[in-house]
Design a protein around this ligand. Structure first.
Ligand code: F0G
Length: 346
């Protein structure tokens, strides 16, 4: 067991309540004065019915339905502790949904910049529901992120909460702490990669456990991208040190429809240091993987999340399933994107 809070009250005098989930690991996180939590983290680890030594970490069961809630809970707590009044994010949908909900909880004004027509309805609905100010732009996520950079240059009082903000990654690294508590060492972690924050955060979590002497063996980080939005996987295939940026990324897995991942340096370092690799999968393979997860395992994951299962099916010959413990990060819930199910399945 990782050490959990005993002196929580003493260390966080302004926090009234002891929280579960990611806040159990507050000793791994920088201090905050105020905690903004909706009960994120502590997500199910589901053993595969079909494959030996395979586990699904189902992040769809977070409060807004994706792993983003871990990072958002921590980053918004810190923002609130520092009296931030306005935040802004660019998003393919889930970051926006999460930012909207946590900002509402914190009483912070939230601006979300979305690529028009390319955000799944469930996610857009969440930003509307939680009362965020929505700005839709013509163009993709990369342009939306560019617009965030421009706006924060002009408006110094608005705080950006995309994953180039390191506090987001602090919250997200708790995925690794939970995995360590349940499984101890793991051989392979397969993670869908978009803006490349999550794979970097997960690696950071494992490295910290390793540096503390708690974890002897680090896992291999395997990053998955959709074929039409694969700047890192394409670079990996060609043994390049830099991504091959994609100007017009295209994939049905809209959550990872990103051509210029802002955290590419951290992600490449994670994959290299861990002796892992990047791999790309076709949209048809992702849809097939989503179906198998849903119809055999009973897990409803959104398309981007199913990319990790598609990658597993593609590379499973490279893994010795008899002995190698493998975890797939299922990043978001199928309910996020009902339209894609109706369009792809009927
Ligand atoms: N899976 C889902 C469901 C996502 O929403 C995202 C990213 C990823 C995987 C990739 O994670 O960006 O850290 O590499 N969604 C962001 C968003 C871009 O705006 O919601 P990443």
């Amino acid at each position: 067991m990782l050490e959990v809070s005993i002196n929580f009250k003493k260390e966080y005098p302004n926090v009234e309540k002891y929280y579960e989930g990611i806040w159990r690991y507050h000793k791994f996180l920088p201090p905050v004065n105020e905690i903004v939590s909706l009960g994120e983290g502590n997500t199910p680890l589901i053993k595969s019915k079909q494959h030996q030594n395979l586990y699904y970490k189902f992040e769809g069961s977070n409060p807004t339905g994706s792993f983003k809630d871990r990072g958002m809970s921590f980053a918004i707590s810190l923002a609130k502790s520092n009296n931030v009044k306005k935040i802004i994010v660019a998003s393919t949908g889930n970051t926006a949904a999460s930012a909207s909900a946590y900002s509402a909880r914190a009483g912070i004004e939230c601006y979300v910049i979305l690529p028009k027509g390319k955000v799944a309805k469930g996610k857009l609905m969440q930003s509307i529901l939680h009362g965020a100010k929505i700005i839709e732009i013509e163009g993709n996520f990369d342009l939306a992120l560019k617009s965030v950079f421009e706006r924060i240059k002009e408006n110094k009082i608005i705080y950006p909460l995309n994953s180039f903000n390191p506090w987001r990654l602090e919250g997200q690294k708790t995925i690794s702490l939970e995995l360590y508590e349940k499984l101890n060492f793991i051989d392979n972690i397969i993670v869908p990669v978009g803006n490349a924050g999550n794979i970097s955060a997960i690696w950071k979590g494992f490295k910290e456990l390793h540096e503390l002497g708690l974890l002897e063996k680090l896992p291999k980080m395997i990053g998955v991208q959709a074929e039409g939005a694969a700047p890192l996987a394409n670079a990996w295939e060609k043994s390049l040190d830099k991504p091959v940026f994609v100007e017009q990324p295209e994939t049905k897995a809209t959550a990872i429809r990103i051509g210029r991942p802002v955290n590419w340096q951290k992600a490449m370092k994670a994959v290299k240091e861990s002796e892992g690799f990047f791999v790309k999968v076709k949209d048809e393979e992702i849809i097939e993987a989503q179906k198998r997860l849903a119809r055999i395992e009973g897990i409803g994951a959104e398309l981007a999340s199913a990319a990790s299962y598609a990658a597993f099916l593609k590379i499973k010959e490279k893994i010795n399933l008899n002995i190698e413990k493998t975890v797939l990060i299922l990043t978001g819930h199928a309910l996020k994107d009902p339209e894609s199910i109706l369009n792809n399945y009927l």
